[in-house]
Design a protein around this ligand. Structure first.
Ligand code: SF4
Length: 376
């Protein structure tokens, strides 16, 4: 089976108020040591996965674009030396519009990165300030133009709806401006106020106001109908792509395919087993240096948990659950295992059956959590 590789770059210029990802500001001093540790891990794991063809690589974070322009090309060179990369491997990198320039984007493109994902979130500066983003709408537009000039023909843009002070009209405008830039892929996420974030404190203290439930629903309805109406194919609950531009790496997560995570906090799923590295940058560097590994104890999962995850992840895609693949993977009939739940959800209009596939209906996509809760 082919293998995807995820590389975690845990550095950010500033922590966005809503973010609970394993990313850190003010850690520039350990970037060199981190890169050394990461390159060591790449070489070591490359030896262990000699028999696998790597068909996707994804640089996420954090902010891969905060690193100097030579950093990602150096990592890619190490990947090519240590693993067998397919000629047509998809190589994606996340970027913050506030940390790119023409030289960096050109160096990325020349090194083989062929897909770039910009965290834009909104084209309204007042909203960007509310959530602590370091860039303006104009910088986002400029970054996309620079990426085009550097030769990128596969660009994603992330948007968020439900932001503090965001109106339905502002969200509609965000979608319109994203589309007008001619990008190939759009990811649209509903804002979640995570525990222990700056945003949570701001909401609790009444410093910002979130949109009403009705407005948030209207935003969701606009995104889901408008993007499909104008030719973006919704292939996962939050992801829309022009023909042939789905993110092959991210599909692996939902299709229960193998991926290896390298770097701090990186998670892996290989041959039915999940494992992860140390979350903190310092612990990752220390353990890689002293022990040659930063792996945490395996997250042992029962077969029931794995089955539930398979169903939950597959249901996020518009293709849904391939019940024949389920049978092959787990050696049991999907309907024998889940028939009662499926029938109940179908009666409620949340699930539908289409030949060998079981998938969420439009209504089910909207209330996905109600369905997922039945399986995990
Ligand atoms: S740039 Fe991304 S990873 Fe970094 S703090 Fe903001 S949301 Fe989190």
């Amino acid at each position: 089976m082919k293998l995807g590789i995820y590389i975690h770059i845990p550095f950010c210029k500033q922590k966005c108020y809503y973010c609970d990802f394993p990313s850190y500001a003010g850690k520039e001093a350990c970037q060199d040591a981190y890169l050394d540790a990461l390159l060591f891990e790449i070489r070591k794991e490359g030896r262990a996965y000699q028999d696998r063809i790597v068909d996707t690589v994804f640089f996420g974070g954090g902010t891969p674009s905060v690193l100097p322009k030579e950093a990602l090309p150096r990592i890619i060179a190490a990947l090519r030396e240590s693993f067998t990369l397919a000629d047509d491997a998809e190589v994606s990198a996340e970027a913050n519009p506030g940390t790119v320039d023409k030289e960096k984007l050109t160096a990325w493109r020349e090194a083989g990165i062929d897909r770039i994902s910009f965290g834009v979130q909104s084209f309204h500066d007042s909203l960007l300030r509310n959530i602590g983003r370091i860039h303006t709408a104009e910088q986002a537009t400029d970054a996309i133009k620079l990426a085009r000039e550097a030769g990128f023909d596969n660009i994603n843009l992330d948007l968020i709806y439900g932001l503090p002070s965001q109106t339905v009209a502002m969200l509609e405008d965000d979608v319109k401006r994203a589309v007008s830039l001619g990008i190939e892929h759009i990811s649209v996420y509903g804002l979640i106020v995570e525990e222990d974030t700056v945003l949570e404190a701001m909401v609790d203290e009444g410093k910002v106001t979130l949109p009403s439930d009705e407005d948030e629903e209207a935003m969701y309805d606009h995104v889901t109908t408008h993007l499909e109406d104008i030719g973006y194919h919704r292939y996962e609950i939050s992801n829309y792509a022009r023909d042939g531009k789905v993110c092959r790496h991210n599909l692996k997560y939902w299709q229960f395919a193998d991926y290896l995570g390298l770097g701090s906090a990186a998670h892996s799923f290989v041959a039915g087993k999940r494992f992860a590295n140390e979350r903190s940058i310092d612990d990752y560097i220390r353990r890689m240096t002293e022990e040659g590994t930063a792996r945490l104890d395996d997250e042992a999962e029962t077969i029931e948990e794995l089955r539930g995850e398979y169903v939950f992840l597959a249901l996020r895609t518009t293709e849904g659950i391939d019940t024949e693949d389920f049978q092959k993977t787990f050696g049991m009939d999907f309907f024998v295992q889940y028939g009662d739940i499926i029938n109940r959800m179908m009666t409620q209009g949340l699930l539908m059956r289409d030949g060998r596939y079981v998938r969420l209906t439009k209504l089910g996509m909207k209330y996905g959590n109600r369905v997922f809760a039945q399986f995990v």
